[in-house]
Design a protein around this ligand. Structure first.
Ligand code: ARG
Length: 568
């Protein structure tokens, strides 16, 4: 595909004797296409060339070779505005989509780079809450987008499967195990046991002591404790898997916190060696007060490790195992301090510089239900699997009314219901808190997943109605240079840049917004241009554009984790 920006930069560079790379960075896309397709603000060079923007503009304008890619160059104030050759542009984009099909937008940008994306990471024996849902969705889409851009990606589910809560659960189970039906409703029942034993611990110090002993036993490999822990873990994973199946989310590794226990001594050894560990009241700590980050405990005075220690062991292990260039932690912003601490301590682990620099906390905001606060204790938290199945059944109801004869209704409703929830989690900046409201999530005309799917289905149905799909050779590109068509074309053209910005900022909402804009521009095109008409040539061109939009919408949605229905 023709890189117009680069070509313009090269042409400008020749006239001022500068590097094209630098010029390219200054080139802008005007907010209004009437002002040109690309614009070069000459004042950026004023200091360097010791001339006024006006003089620079004139100099470039006089010397520049327009070439076949550019149709016009206008001088407006200190700006040079470039208009690209529309026919060549349309041809270039559609030819590329024809060649690449569902790989249109892919790249080899990331070749040779290893990217770890850590996401989901729920806690065993605790509910998979709506925050875990959000981070599963965000992480999984980042994973897919990095992969599409050629990076070697590793998806890790860092399960919370270790800690004193298991010692409590074991104690609770020992006392009242037979009263609970773990097989039927594992997470709910385990939560009940956990709440009950925690309350008892508060009343009775000796129970707490028994829990502590269990933890020690668990660490030492006592078979009763380990067997129970394994059972709780397996039961929880089975529950979580139901959610992953609905979302069609996968991981390359399920190494959770427990995986790192035997790797902690090496962490201590390295930190001791670098001389940053100190003792405080019997505990081993790293003092980060001078950085405003408090202290990071490495080992408590009773010899046990904490969450942070296990994270440090994970960093060491991942650096050795995956030689990562980036390790992204998709975790709520509430854990900000924790990550700043461990990233700071990681500097002393003796791992390669690039790994230290590649650690990044991808923070996301909270989700609240429009119906109010949630609490596990009071049983007002929503169950994520219920939320997903409710979305499917709500869609089924809507479709029963709208399109009662739809074939494969159940399967389509699933794609739409799940797609709606996924899109809702990605449509605004991930750092923002959000409110989950069914009316917004499932609004088929709003800025939602179902809206994009609807537009996609429309691109297909128009081809179906025509009864054929034109070949690229049969497309007269000059028939797609009206403003509605060009608007769609520009959106299609920018797809790969959008994906690059997503990984640059670790912000999948940029892709989500893009898909809305592409859908809207196609809807506008559809309303303004009669697609199927008596004029065969025009029909071919417009049908072909519809096909191209369908391809890009489908790929874009796939990268967010959203499947496309065939009919709606
Ligand atoms: N299990 C934790 C939670 O649910 C999230 C783990 C995040 N990842 C990490 N490496 N600390 O809050």
């Amino acid at each position: 595909m023709i890189n117009f920006k680069k070509i313009i930069a090269e042409k400008i560079a020749k006239t001022v004797d500068l590097e094209a790379k630098e010029i390219e960075e200054y080139i802008e896309i005007p907010p209004n296409r009437e002002l040109g397709d690309y614009s070069f603000p000459c004042f950026k060079l004023a200091k360097l060339l010791k001339k006024s923007p006006q003089e620079i503009a004139t100099q470039i304008h006089e010397k520049i070779e327009q070439g076949e890619e550019i149709s016009e160059i206008k001088m407006v104030g200190g700006y040079l505005n470039f208009y690209i050759q529309p026919v060549l542009f349309v041809q270039s984009v559609l030819t590329e989509i024809e060649e690449k099909q569902e790989n249109y937008g892919a790249s080899d940008l990331g070749t040779g780079k290893n990217i770890i994306v850590e996401y989901s990471s729920p806690n065993i024996a605790k509910p998979f809450h709506i925050g875990h849902l959000r981070n599963t969705i965000i992480g999984s889409s980042l994973y897919k987008i990095y992969q599409f851009l050629g990076y070697h990606t590793i998806g890790i589910n860092h399960l919370g499967d270790y800690g004193t809560q298991f010692a409590k659960l074991i104690e609770g189970y020992k006392r009242w195990g037979t009263e609970y039906h773990l097989e039927e409703n594992p997470i709910e029942e385990l939560t009940k046991i956990y709440i009950r034993i925690s309350d008892l611990c508060k009343e009775d110090e000796s129970v707490l002591e028994a829990c502590r002993k269990n933890f020690k036993k668990l660490e030492e490999g006592d078979s009763y404790c380990v067997d129970l822990w394994t059972r709780f873990r397996d039961l929880s994973l089975k529950e979580f898997q139901k959610i992953y199946d609905l979302l069609e989310v996968e991981f390359d590794s399920w190494n959770g916190e427990s995986f790192y226990i035997d790797k902690i001594p090496e962490v201590e050894k390295r930190l001791e060696k670098s001389g940053i560990i100190t003792e405080s009241e019997g505990a081993k700590i790293v003092d980060l007060e001078d950085k405003g980050l408090g202290v990071c405990i490495i080992r408590k005075s009773d010899g046990s490790t904490i969450y942070a220690t296990r994270d440090l062991a994970a960093i060491l292990y991942r650096a050795q195992e995956y030689d990562f260039d980036k390790c992204l932690y998709v975790v709520a912003y509430e854990q900000n301090l924790h990550f700043r601490q461990i990233f700071e301590v990681a500097k002393y682990l003796g791992i390669p510089e690039k790994c230290v620099n590649g650690l990044e906390h991808v923070r996301y905001g909270m989700t609240r239900l429009s119906t109010g606060k949630m609490s596990t204790r009071e049983g007002t938290a929503v169950k994520v699997s219920d939320l997903l199945t409710e979305s499917i059944s709500r869609v089924q109801k809507i479709m029963e009314e709208k399109n009662p004869n739809l074939p494969n209704r159940e399967m389509e409703a699933r794609k739409i219901g799940i797609g709606a929830v996924i899109f809702n989690n990605l449509c605004s900046n991930i750092i923002k808190d959000q409110i989950f409201d069914w009316d917004l999530v499932l609004n088929f005309n709003g800025e939602t997943g179902p809206y994009i799917q609807y537009v996609y289905v429309r691109t297909n149905s128009v081809l179906e109605k025509a009864g054929y799909t034109p070949k690229l050779e049969d497309v007269d590109f000059s028939l797609l240079t009206d403003s509605a068509s060009l608007k769609v074309m520009f959106a299609l053209y920018s797809f790969q840049d959008i994906l690059k910005t997503v990984v640059d900022k670790n912000e999948p909402s940029i892709l989500a917004r893009y898909l809305i804009e592409l859908s809207q521009s196609y809807s506008n095109f559809y309303n303004e241009n009669k697609i199927i008409s008596e004029e065969k040539e025009r029909t071919n061109a417009r049908l072909y554009l519809s096909k191209a939009v369908g391809i890009v919408l489908k790929t874009g949605c796939r990268l967010l984790g959203i499947q496309m229905p065939n009919k709606m």
